[in-house]
Design a protein around this ligand. Sequence first.
Ligand code: 3UK
Length: 504
Amino acid sequence: PPRLNCVAELVDAHVSAGRGARTAVIGEHLGEQMRWTYAELQQQVDRIAHVLRTDLGLVPGNRVLLRGANCPTMAASILAVLKAGLVAVPTMPLLRARELGVILDKANVNAVLCAGALSGELEQVAGQAPVIRFDMPGHADSLEARMAKHTQPFAPVDTAADDVCLISFTSGTTGIPKGTMHFHRDILAICDCFPRYTLKAGADDIFIGTPPLAFTFGLGGLLLFPLRFGAAGVLLEKLTPEGLLAAIERYRATVCFTAPTFYRQMTPLVPSYDLRSLQKCVSAGEALPLATREAWKRATGIAMIDGIGATEILHIFISASGDAIRPGATGKPVPGYAACILDDDGQPVGPGVIGRLAVKGPTGCRYLADERQRNYVLNGWNITGDAYEMDQDGYFYYRSRTDDMIISAGYNIAGAEVEDVLLRHPAVAECGVVGRADEERGQIVEAHVVLKPGFEASPDMVRTLQAFAKDNIAPYKYPRAVRFTDKLPRTETGKLQRFKLRAQ
Ligand code: 3UK
């Protein structure tokens, strides 16, 4: 089979081609800015790879769980695992011991690399797997202390293009993590689709954003894409909306990756920052409401690039940029991918009919669990679990998650459409719309609303929002129930957890 180690292409190739002095990753450590050139990144990666192979005695195919906030050492650790022919199992920083235990077990983890600050929860459940901690200054057994003993270059392990290199767990809007396996060639394939053709990234771009490296949205957008193009990625921990805006200004970032909620939170703050460097803003993880897109455009002048991606497919597979953006639509299949919409029997439907989104491309996953593979990958088409609709021109429109379609008195209602309208009301900061069981109608539309500061939850406000909805969409879609709350339940990746709203 063809041989390929993706890290040889993402890091070593730049150094060999004379680009070793260019900036690869930027981070902050103890309040200080840190920058690694491609040559420095290569050296860090090589040292960690030696620790994994020599100190820990791991052999190609072994699995290494990674846990840490976004930072250059976390990035180098992931790359080192891949370069050493091992399999990376990145985990979200907020996971607790019980969830980590499930992943350690499902993924058969052989060793762990973990930020010192996050190691407590892990050590409770790691069992036989050795835990090496990083970011532990002065600690004799830390990753850094071990790295110092290895000064030789590390030759990339001669892996096959279709050797597994990454097991990524979905954050799970349902709460149950699913493991998806990806190959060395997939890592390069995502870099050569969305960022090349839709984003049109180049060597002078500086990528920044919020998604954790443990989420493939962040892994691609903040690390793999910049490296593929010889550009730079900014990796920052625990970003607030103010923090991200300040960092865009400080690092003159050109490309931003984050979720719709985060763009909403940044919008009113934009005038206080110098964002002239910013050129492209990618939104993914959740449906992008038109109201959010328009407000961001007014605040920054930038037309957001919405893109749907999934852990299964590794990154974004439907999107549009520039003149091809059609408001309300996610876009068209990214070059390299095909998409279609299927009815419940698996037959393709035509324009204007809502059905199940199916995608095919260079990166469809192998699930860790065989029964998922049988049910969600049909003839090479991945069923994403989303209800979508296509128009005559081949644009794809998100409607809802397949399981979240609200059926009320015989009408199909997409919660996202009702949310989109409510978000246009000046009193509404955030909202989530779900179906609530109802004897008479089967389900009724129920809105969970977070009000902006200065607005009060009251029966009057309920009536105001209901009237506003009826004025702006077909009246049968209006929320018959409105509940006010301080905060909506979201995953670490910014996705609304509707199952939690329904359970309330
Ligand atoms: C939803 C969207 C509407 C959709 C992801 C970019 O989100 C990512 O991966 P996950 O596995 O979730 C996948 C599901 O999230 N979704 C994502 N983007 C959009 N819905 N519009 C969008 N733009 O339900 C999808 O099936 O957590 C996103 C890149 C890599 C990713 N892993």
